[in-house]
Design a protein around this ligand. Structure first.
Ligand SMILES: Cc1ncc(C[n+]2csc(CCOP(=O)(O)OP(=O)(O)O)c2C)c(N)n1
Ligand code: SF4
Ligand SMILES: [Mg+2]
Length: 284
C-alpha cells in the first residue's frame, strides 16, 4: 500500500512559513488517499516558487517554461492517458504569462488537475504585482499601488465552462486535501485555485487576513452544474471568501475525442517505421 513516505522528503528553497508547504502536504496526502503510486503520477509545472513543487516529491515530473505547465501536461496525458496528470502553477504562471494556454486548455478539457498556488504576487521575482493582486496593493514596482483590476480565476473558468472549478486555502490542509482528491477523480480539466500566503512579499493577504475571511461552503444552495448560479457565487470576495467546489460539468474529455487512444495508451503502440519510410519516400 502506498504511503506518504513513498513520495519522499526533500530540502526546499521555500521561505519558512510559506503557504506552499501546506499545498505540498495536501497534494501528497490526496495522492496517498487515492492509492496512487508515485510511478502512476506526473506533475508538470512552469516557473515560479510554486512551480518548484515537483522538485519536492518523488514522482514523474516535467519543469517547463514560464506559463507553460499546461502544454506538456496535455502532451503527457495524450501519450499515456493512464497517468494521473497534475499541472502545478502560480497565479502569474497560469493567469499571466500562461493565460492563453489556460483559456484554450479549458476549451480542450483534457483530464488534468490544475493546482494554482494563488499568492496574489510574483514570489520568485521578489514581489511584483500579479494578475490577482488587489487594487491598491503597494509593491517595489507598483509604488503608487496596483490600479489594474484583479482577474477572478473562478469566474473566468466558469464563464469558459471549465468542467470542474474549485477554491482551497493553504491554511486548511484537510479541506484542501479533500478538494484535490475530488479534482483528481473528476474526468476532465479540474481547477483548484489555492489561496496561498506568501509570507515574504505579500504583506496584505496574510494567513491572518485569509483566515478571518475564508469559510467552507457546506451547501452551495444550487445544483453544481448551474453555471449562472456558480458564476454568481464566484463573484463573492471580500469580508467573506467561499472555499469548495463551485461548478461541475461532466462532459467528454480531450482524450475521449481521440479515437487512436481507444486501443490503449499511445506509448504502447509499436512504431511502424516502414509506413513512415513509405510516406517519406513519397515526398522525394
Ligand atoms: C517568459 C518569462 N517572463 C518572465 C520571467 C520571469 N519570472 C520568473 S517567475 C515569475 C513570476 C512567478 O510568479 P508566479 O507564477 O505567481 O509564481 P510564484 O513565484 O508566486 O509562486 C516571473 C515574472 C520568466 N522566467 N519568463
Ligand atoms: S517568496 Fe513567498 S511564495 Fe516564495 S517561498 Fe517565499 S514565502 Fe513562499
Ligand atoms: Mg504567485
Amino acid at each position: 500500500m502506498v504511503s506518504i513516505e513513498d513520495y519522499g522528503k526533500f530540502e526546499t528553497a521555500w521561505c519558512p512559513g510559506c503557504g506552499n508547504f501546506g499545498i505540498l502536504k495536501a497534494i501528497k496526502q490526496a495522492l496517498v488517499n487515492l492509492g496512487k503510486e508515485p510511478s502512476e503520477v506526473l506533475i508538470a509545472s512552469g516557473i515560479g516558487q510554486s512551480s518548484k513543487l515537483p522538485h519536492y516529491l518523488k514522482c514523474n515530473a516535467f519543469n517547463g517554461l514560464h506559463g507553460r505547465s499546461l502544454p506538456p501536461a496535455t502532451g503527457a496525458k495524450v501519450a499515456n492517458h493512464e497517468l494521473t496528470v497534475l499541472a502545478v502553477t502560480g497565479d502569474g504562471d497560469c493567469y499571466g504569462e500562461g493565460g492563453n494556454h489556460f483559456l484554450h486548455t479549458v476549451r480542450r478539457n483534457p483530464d488534468i488537475t490544475m493546482i494554482v498556488h494563488d499568492n496574489q504576487i510574483y514570489g520568485l521575482t521578489k514581489g511584483q504585482a500579479s494578475p490577482t493582486s488587489e487594487v491598491g496593493m503597494k509593491t517595489k514596482v507598483q509604488t503608487h499601488g496596483v490600479f489594474n483590476m484583479p482577474l477572478n480565476p473562478l469566474s473566468l473558468a466558469i464563464s469558459l465552462d471549465c468542467s470542474f472549478v474549485s477554491r482551497g486555502y493553504a491554511g486548511n490542509i484537510p479541506h484542501l486535501t479533500g478538494l484535490i482528491e475530488k479534482a483528481i477523480q473528476h474526468k476532465g480539466l479540474s481547477l483548484v485555485d489555492v489561496l496561498q500566503p506568501c509570507v515574504s512579499f505579500n504583506k496584505l493577504n496574510t494567513f491572518k487576513w485569509y483566515s478571518e475571511r475564508v469559510y467552507e461552503m457546506e451547501d452551495t444552495g444550487y445544483e453544481l452544474d448551474d453555471r449562472v448560479k456558480a458564476f454568481e457565487r464566484s463573484l463573492e470576495w471580500g469580508d467573506e471568501i467561499p472555499l469548495g467546489v463551485f461548478y461541475v460539468n461532466e462532459k467528454p474529455s480531450f482524450e475521449d475525442h481521440q479515437e487512436v487512444l481507444r486501443s490503449g495508451p499511445l506509448y504502447r503502440n509499436v512504431p511502424r517505421t516502414e509506413m513512415v519510410n513509405e510516406l517519406m519516400d513519397g515526398l522525394i
